[in-house]
Write a protein that binds this ligand. Structure first.
Ligand code: PAF
Length: 279
């Protein structure tokens, strides 16, 4: 595996691969790789000649304290990527991605305000900006994202369509721990007591899924029920909960699939998870 730090060098490598007719898959990550990332990489490995993984803790999508605290272990990640058969690790430095004078943002205007977007518009603006840069630098044929953040996925799909990025977005199902908790780098920050409390998240989502499968349709009531069920766990502070149409992210649109989405704070760590129920 080749590790590349400079955007220009990465762009030259992938330009040559494209010219040679080789297909390229990109898995963008924040590092601190877990089974969820490995599932994305495995799929990318199956579907492309060449696989690149980016590891970049993007300062534009974090508040300064969270940016400092975000877990980083590049050497351990490198070992995992070698084992997974990745060809390129792109691990740029913040000063190379955002050099002095950097002054551009990429923002999806309306969709960003759905779900909890209104309060964290700046976060998703940071995500779409860095993903647009990664697409320009790496220029992949396919890019792989987890379904764990459905809002991020919807925004990236919108951006790709609106800005004509020649990349296919592939969504990969969430990988879960045995008790149902979604794999996340943040799980490593939980104390043992908080980790036990976190298992209430998949249980609450599952309870709402059952209600929908049994015919419940009032999304406001289902959202209230989700909040009440989550709040039964004393260590959980519910930050956001919603039951909406899975495509438009609107509460009053009734398409084929319903998204049950929750974001909670446990011991200062924010964890999110969701279920999509398709009729
Ligand atoms: O989901 C993530 O890991 C990040 O938001 C992403 C897509 C790598 C952008 O920094």
């Amino acid at each position: 595996m080749k590790t590349i730090r400079k955007p220009g060098a990465m762009n030259r490598e992938t330009g040559a691969l494209r010219a040679a007719g080789r297909s390229l898959g990109l898995v963008p990550t924040l590092g601190c790789l877990h089974l969820g990332h490995l599932a994305l990489i495995k799929k990318a490995r199956r579907e492309n000649d060449v696989v690149a993984v980016s590891i970049f803790v993007n300062p534009l999508q974090f508040k300064p304290k969270a940016y400092q605290a975000y877990p980083r272990d590049l050497e351990q990640d490198r070992r995992e990527l070698e084992k997974a058969g990745v060809d390129f690790l792109f691990a740029p430095r913040a000063e190379d991605m955002y050099p002095e004078g950097f002054d551009t943002r990429v923002e999806v205007l309306d969709l960003v305000d759905k779900l909890e977007g209104k309060s964290i518009r700046w976060h998703y603006r940071g995500v779409t900006t860095v993903v647009a840069k990664l697409f320009n630098i790496v220029d992949p044929h396919r890019a792989y994202f987890g379904r764990k953040d459905p809002h991020q996925l919807a925004l990236i799909r919108r951006m790709v369509a609106d800005l004509n990025f020649p990349v296919k977005i592939i969504a990969v199902p969430t990988i879960r721990e045995p008790d149902g908790l979604a794999h996340s780098s943040r799980n490593t920050l939980l104390t043992p007591e908080e980790r036990v409390a976190a298992s209430a998240i998949p249980r609450a989502l599952g309870a709402i899924e059952t209600m929908i499968r049994q015919g419940a349709t009032d999304r406001q009531e289902l959202t209230m029920e989700l909040v009440t069920t989550l709040a039964m766990e004393p260590l959980i502070k519910v930050d956001f909960a919603a039951v909406v149409d899975a495509e438009t992210l609107e509460q009053d649109v009734f398409g084929k699939s319903v998204l049950i989405h929750a974001a909670v704070i446990i011991g200062g760590k924010r964890l999110t998870d969701n279920r999509v129920v398709t009729s």
